[in-house]
Write a protein that binds this ligand. Structure first.
Ligand code: CDP
Length: 250
C-alpha cells in the first residue's frame, strides 16, 4: 500500500505489468453467462463476472404502462437497473437514485438501437436488471445480461450487445476494471459494441486520458467486447442445444 494524503492507495500495477488481481492489462475477469434461469420471465440471463453477480429478466412485448409512453410505430424499451442494498460494501439505500436512473437510461437506449422495435408497435419490452453483488463494471454486466435475456425471450435484434469498461490504471490502459482500479485509477470508460457492424452504442468516460490513450482504450475495449460476444453466443447455444437422440432417450 502507498498513501496519498489520508487515503490508502493499493499498488495497482507491479513493475512486471501485473494488476491487483494478477491479471495482465489486456485480460478480462472470469466471465460466466447462463441464459434462461428464470421460469416466470419471458427471457432471462445471469452473469457472474469477476465479483459481479447480475440477473436480467425480460417481459414482453406486452401492453405499455404507463399508457402515455406508448408509440404507434414501435415498441418502447423500458429498462430498470437496480442495485440491491446488500450488493456493495456499505449498504446502499434501496430505491431509485440518480445513478440508477442514468444507468437505466443509457442501457435502455443502447438496447433500443439493436432491437427491431418497429415489429411490435404499441407494446413495451420491459427489461429488469438486478445487481446482486457489485464490483465495478455493473452497467456493462447488466447490458450483457439484458441482451442475452432479450435473445432468450425471442425478441428479434440486429445483434447481441457485448460491453466492457476499459480504464487507466497507474498510467496504463487496462481492460475490465475491478473495484479498486475503478476507485483509485485515473479513468473509467465503459462501452458497448454491435459486433457485426463495429458500431459503438454506449460510450461514457469518467476521469481523463490523452487522445492517444483513448485510441488504445477503444481498441482494447473492442477486442474485449468481441471475446465477450463469443461467451454470450455460447450461453445461448447451451440453452437451446438439442440433446442427441440417444442421450435424450436415456
Ligand atoms: O458499476 P459501474 O462501474 O457500471 O458504475 P460506477 O458508478 O462506476 O460504479 C463503480 C462501482 O462502485 C460499482 O460497481 C460498485 O462496486 C461501487 N458502488 C458502490 O459501492 N456503491 C454505490 N452506491 C454505487 C457504486
Amino acid at each position: 500500500m502507498g498513501s496519498v494524503g489520508a487515503k490508502e492507495v493499493p499498488v495497482l500495477l507491479t513493475p512486471d505489468g501485473r494488476r491487483i488481481d494478477g491479471r495482465r492489462l489486456d485480460e478480462l475477469r472470469a466471465l460466466e453467462i447462463r441464459a434462461g434461469p428464470l421460469k416466470q420471465a419471458d427471457g432471462s440471463a445471469f452473469v457472474e463476472w469477476g465479483a459481479n453477480k447480475v440477473m436480467a429478466a425480460v417481459y414482453g412485448p406486452r401492453e405499455v404502462h404507463p399508457r402515455h409512453l406508448q408509440q404507434n410505430d414501435r415498441a418502447v424499451i423500458q429498462c430498470k437497473y437496480n442495485m440491491a442494498a446488500f450488493s456493495v460494501d456499505e449498504r446502499k439505500r434501496p430505491g431509485l437514485d440518480r445513478r440508477s436512473q442514468e444507468i437505466s437510461k443509457v442501457i435502455g437506449e443502447a438496447l433500443q438501437s439493436v432491437v427491431f422495435t418497429e415489429e411490435f408497435p404499441r407494446t413495451s419490452i420491459d427489461v429488469y436488471i438486478e445487481v446482486l453483488q457489485a464490483n465495478a463494471g455493473t452497467r456493462c454486466a447488466g447490458l450483457v445480461a439484458a441482451s442475452v435475456a432479450l435473445a432468450d425471450a425471442g425478441i428479434p435484434m440486429v445483434d447481441l450487445l457485448p460491453a466492457v469498461a476499459v480504464g487507466k490504471v497507474a498510467g496504463a490502459i487496462a481492460l475490465d476494471l475491478k473495484k479498486e482500479e475503478d476507485n483509485f485509477g485515473e479513468a473509467d470508460l465503459p462501452m458497448a459494441l454491435v459486433p457485426q457492424s463495429g458500431r459503438l452504442v454506449l460510450l461514457q468516460m469518467e476521469g481523463h486520458m490523452t487522445e492517444e490513450e483513448l485510441g488504445t482504450a477503444l481498441d482494447l475495449g473492442v477486442g474485449g467486447c468481441r471475446a465477450i460476444y463469443e461467451k454470450m453466443k455460447a450461453a445461448l447455444r447451451d440453452r437451446y442445444s438439442v440433446a442427441p437422440i440417444e442421450e435424450a432417450a436415456r
